[in-house]
Ligand binder design. Structure first.
Ligand SMILES: O=P(O)(O)OC[C@H]1O[C@](O)(CO)[C@@H](O)[C@@H]1O
Length: 464
């Protein structure tokens, strides 16, 4: 029996309650993603047939388990316990499943639950194999989307480098309040870069073409996206950042590639302008929602940026301004590499991030992680899934205050400032004024789930 009600908001956001988008996800979008994984493994099997028969057999077994999974989804079977793969989190996930969602089928279960269940179950299929334990079935698409972003990356690095140097100017001829204004303007820009990078997510757009990616990035570069920001606490965030130098700031990452690049620029800004002495990046430890960052992706992106050859090809090799930007990027990324060596930047992974839990449960389910996050003054949560978990994926009325929706982790005596940078790809949203959302409700079909609108929201926690 499910423990939610579809009749009165706020209710759990489920396929059963919310027809169109979740149903489309269950029947089309997500099966497409699983089918792409099957195709990827199939290519591995074909290669291994003559050279490594045991790998080929292993691959075939994986394909059959993935096929079973698609069949269970399409025939709306109950969500069965996940087989243990011994990385440590499955018993807790299964007991959560049996406590709250026993006997739920795919359609009954909350969208948040069945989708996280699916990605965790897929990871288990690979982790339990002999030859594919550390195989990242999403690696190729993540790499491609990153390399396709070259033009936007080159332009953004130049922009951020300039903003940092303008804000760091120490000459007596520039008044302090001018520097302060520049810092505010720069901070607002950086937040926008990190926010809109979240549009380029390969689970929402699994078939993302280079031209579509470039179009999204062009909207970010031109500033057009700013009109689609429906809730914006950026100035409040700036004042919290300014009010006290933090020992650490945390960024709970979402997608690799272009979005991660924007997050690295945010971290660069925070260190260069002295807002903190340490940035902790929180990544996933298994392939997740197609393009989420794993520690491997993190190193790949930083190292690729440090290496000038990554982006230079026959088309751009004689473009002087491009080459200048790539040189700037390389210098900046070499600094990032040394931050990673010295611990100024740290990448941490925790099982909690790939569980099904809403973040009100963070202190209870992962007290160690919550202790780390609480030591940071600011914790940035990137993207749609983190946002849904922050607000327990409930269909709150759209003008519910963000602080109310995130519940206990907004505690005003102990909690860090919690910041959401999210482009909206699901029907749940809070903290938007009626004069903003009412016209959208009326005029833009499915405006909350099309990935075009964004929010920058903040709970001030102990800085209230
Ligand atoms: O990468 P993000 O921003 O978390 O987006 C992924 C989310 O968007 C969706 O496509 C729709 O909610 C889900 O796959 C997932 O919740």
């Amino acid at each position: 029996m499910s423990n939610y009600s579809c009749s009165e908001p706020p209710y759990n956001y489920t396929t059963a309650c919310n027809g169109e988008f979740t149903m489309e996800s269950l029947q089309v979008r997500v099966p497409f993603i699983v089918t792409e994984i099957i195709n990827t493994v199939h290519r591995q099997v074909s290669k291994a047939l003559t050279t490594d028969p045991s790998k080929a057999e292993d691959g075939k077994l994986i394909i059959s388990q993935l096929t079973t999974l698609i069949h269970e989804m399409s025939t709306n079977k109950p969500l069965t316990p996940i087989q243990d793969d011994h990385i440590g989190d499955i018993p807790q996930i299964n007991s959560f499943l049996s406590k709250y969602y026993q006997e739920n089928t795919w359609i009954d279960a909350p969208f948040l639950y069945w989708e996280t269940y699916l990605y965790r179950r897929i990871a288990g299929i690979f982790l339990r194999s002999n030859n594919f334990k550390s195989f990242d079935y999403f690696a190729d698409s993540k790499k491609k989307a990153f390399l396709d972003s070259v033009s936007a990356i080159a332009q953004l690095v130049a922009k951020v480098d300039l903003l940092v140097s303008e804000c760091s100017e120490t000459s007596a001829s520039v008044a302090q309040d001018t520097i302060q204004k520049r810092k505010l303007v720069g901070f607002l820009e950086i937040l926008q870069i990190s926010l809109w990078g979240n549009q380029t997510d390969l689970s929402m757009f699994p078939d993302l073409k280079t031209a579509d990616l470039e179009k999204m990035q062009a909207n970010l570069l031109s500033g057009d996206n700013k009109h689609n920001l429906v809730s914006n606490d950026s100035e409040a965030i700036f004042h919290i950042a300014e009010s006290a130098k933090a020992d650490s700031i945390s960024i709970v990452l979402d997608n690799s590639g272009f979005e991660l690049f924007g997050d690295l620029l945010l971290a660069h800004w925070l260190i260069e302008l002295g807002y903190t002495s340490k940035v902790i990046f929180h990544s996933k430890n298994i392939p997740w929602y197609v393009s989420d960052v794993t520690p491997w992706d993190f190193s790949y992106v930083v190292d690729s940026c440090a290496n000038k050859d990554t982006f230079i090809n026959d088309t751009n090799k004689s473009d002087p301004s491009f080459l200048e930007n790539i040189a700037t990027l390389s210098t900046m990324a070499q600094k990032w590499q040394s931050h990673l060596k010295s611990g100024v930047w740290q990448v941490q992974s925790h099982h909690f991030w790939t569980g099904p839990y809403q973040y009100t449960l963070l202190p209870e389910i992962a007290p160690d992680l919550w202790a780390t996050l609480s030591q940071s003054n600011l914790v940035f949560f990137k993207g749609d899934l983190n946002y849904r978990k922050l607000i327990s994926d409930l269909a709150w009325p759209t003008d519910t205050p963000f602080v109310r929706a995130i519940g206990a982790i907004a505690d005003s005596t102990t909690a860090p400032a919690i910041i959401a940078l999210r482009t909206s790809k699901a029907e749940v949203m809070v903290g938007v004024d009626p004069e903003t959302f009412k016209p959208l409700d009326k005029n833009v079909p499915n405006w909350k789930s099309i990935g075009k609108y964004g929010v920058i929201q903040c709970s001030s926690g102990r800085f209230a």
